[in-house]
Design a protein around this ligand. Structure first.
Ligand code: AMP
Length: 494
């Protein structure tokens, strides 16, 4: 079996890997690292948990360390785009860990926190920049970042980017990069939009793959329980009588639903926290750390907030509601059975969710074993109307567009003082639309949607902001914003 020291990586990187106790590259690393060091573009099909972060981080660190050049002012040498804040932080941490003996700088840029410190970080330039698309586009529009000197681009979790509505923003970001770059694209699944993006982005890519497209992890024991919607909470509590469910991730469709389920479990004496896009970054980190350190038994999450959650030892994943997008099922259940462990996935499916179940089974080409608990008198039904989340009846991608088209921008826009003002809740609660997804993913997309009418299908006439800056070259118009100087994030030496 190949060892790390056979892959041609620089000695300081091998030393850091040794410090981490890594000896053997994972399959995706063994395939991707030599090709990336040779300068090839890479198309990687891999889920989280396969070691894909190191598969791109190690060759990037190697290249930056062995071909030293000054960091471009306001720019970076390597840009990594991530769909979520959590994943961006984790990728940043991995670069710092693996590059700790190299003295390279790492900057992380995402929404939900003030712009000022990020702008100061970017002004000097960093070797490696990890960013969520929304906030990066903000900085591009403000001319605080200049990406033409970027040598390497990584798109991580490309299919999640698509789900979060980031396809257009990514295309806009890429249009700012030089064509002479090396590009790496990683995705757990390969829907046709991503295949198309890969065709445009990559030049003669080396294809590396560790799981066939959309194949569910084999080690996971899957089960569907048919149940009435109004009895789901009672059933969920009953499931937790099983002590084997020691470290469980519960997925809900909406943020409000996540809060309701978390409150209910807590009231029933089950230690639970919720994580979703309406929680502050700090709350998200506290909840995630409590779950990671097993201080709580259950973490209830919405899809997007859960992306990039890298927690080992998740014993069970429960789909409290079936995911709207079949690929999300693969992602959700992939949170268990990480790093060679086994795991269980239990999905509560009501009558209205049967079609969603069929789509999932078609995608994974498996029939999932079922248990029928309908008409079970031992389970108490919730009072009428309590906790029932309405579900969009249409294709979620279509409903995203429709939701965007139907919203008056003035009503959905948020303050430019990031995260200080609250946006209207109701619409996003009742449909996991573009607005909600982007809010959860990075917090900045509403602004983008407002600033770039072409982002949505049929925008209405927009009210003009009182003060406008001159339109930047990329066509993004944005009102002036006061920089916030409260934050202290700086580039950190890797
Ligand atoms: P990722 O798929 O990048 O999210 O990585 C999943 C987990 O595997 C992370 O906790 C990594 O620290 C760990 N990991 C990555 N590569 C290796 C390796 N070669 N040996 C042992 N652990 C690894």
């Amino acid at each position: 079996m190949t060892q790390f020291n056979e892959l041609g990586l620089a000695a300081p990187i091998l030393k850091a890997l040794e410090g981490e106790g890594y000896t053997t590259p994972t399959p995706i690393q063994a395939q991707a690292i030599p090709a990336a060091i040779a300068g090839s573009d890479i198309l990687g099909i891999a889920q989280t948990g396969t070691g894909k972060t190191a598969a791109f981080a190690l060759p990037i660190l190697h290249r930056l360390a062995t071909k030293r050049t000054p960091t471009p002012r306001k720019g970076c040498r390597a840009l990594i785009l991530s769909p979520t804040r959590e994943l961006a932080s984790q990728i940043g941490q991995s670069f710092k860990t693996y590059g700790r003996h190299l003295g390279l700088t790492v900057g992380i840029v995402f929404g939900g926190i003030p712009h000022g410190p990020q702008i100061r970080t970017l002004a000097k330039g960093v070797d490696i920049l990890i960013a969520t698309p929304g906030r990066l586009l903000d900085h591009i529009a403000d001319r605080k970042v200049q990406l033409s000197g970027t040598e390497i681009l990584v798109l991580d979790e490309a299919d999640q980017m698509l789900d979060a509505g980031f396809l257009r923003p990514i295309q806009r970001i890429i249009s700012n990069l030089s064509a002479r770059r090396q590009s790496l694209l990683f995705s757990a699944t390969m829907p046709k939009e991503i295949a198309h993006l890969a065709d445009n982005l990559l030049r003669e890519p080396v294809k590396v793959s560790v799981t066939p497209t959309a194949t569910t992890v084999d080690r996971i024991a899957q089960r569907i329980i048919f149940i009435e919607a109004k009895k789901k909470k009672a059933l969920l509590v009953e499931l937790f009588a099983d002590e084997a469910m020691s470290h469980t991730l519960v997925f809900t469709r909406t943020k409000r639903g996540a809060d309701r389920v978390a409150r209910h479990l807590t009231a029933c004496g089950i230690d639970t926290a919720a994580i979703h896009g309406n929680k502050s970054q700090r709350q998200r980190e506290i909840a995630l750390n409590a779950f990671r350190e097993a201080k709580i038994r259950v973490l209830v999450a919405t899809d997007i907030a859960a992306r990039g959650i890298d927690v080992d030892g998740v014993s069970h994943v429960v789909n409290y509601e079936m995911p709207e997008v079949p690929e999300a099922y693969v992602h959700r259940i992939g949170r268990t059975a990480r790093a060679g462990a086994s795991g269980s996935a239990i999905s509560l499916c009501d009558n209205e969710e049967r079609d969603l179940l069929r789509s999932i089974e078609r995608l994974i080409r498996q029939t999932i074993p079922t248990v029928d608990r309908r008409n079970d008198s031992t389970l108490t039904a919730e009072a009428k109307g309590a906790g029932r989340e309405s579900r969009p009846r249409t294709n979620p991608h279509k409903s995203q567009r429709a939701a965007g088209a139907n919203k008056a921008p003035g009503k959905t826009s948020r303050s430019y003082g990031e995260g200080k003002r609250r946006r209207p809740e109701r619409k996003a609660e009742h449909a996991p639309d573009q607005h909600q997804r982007n809010d959860e993913a990075g917090g900045d997309q509403q602004k983008i949607a407002q600033a770039k009418p072409d982002f949505r299908a049929a925008p209405r006439k927009q009210p003009r902001p009182k003060a406008r800056r001159p339109k930047p070259q990329d066509g993004t118009a944005r009102p002036a914003r006061k920089p916030n100087r409260n934050r202290t994030a700086r580039p950190v030496s890797a």
